[in-house]
Design a protein. Sequence first.
Length: 126
Amino acid sequence: MKKRFGKTDILVLAIVFAVLSGIWIFTSFIIKEEGADVVITIDGEFYKQVSLREDQEIKISGDETAANILKIQDGKADMVEADCPDKLCVHQKSISKNGETIVCLPNKVVVEVKSGEDAEYDSVAR
């Protein structure tokens, strides 16, 4: 009866795994997209532009009553707090890719990533 795996099979698998790991490390940590920014608008008016490279918390307030808190951490922007009644913006996922947005309709706040990594396609229409 023949063995399923020999020493050369294991050696080939180890080399393939090492090469794939090296490619993953290179693309994940060494090649980084520079210049990704988040643009914040309130009621269609420019409010602030901040970098995704710096960890920070930003209080967004358009008037005396409405307030949102945007947290930027590890290259992603996330709405962590809002005083709107439905809090849909708080439950949206973190954004980091070009064109992704977080919208708070009651407070009229839009947070959009400009530049940075290209967004993945949801679908393709012909």
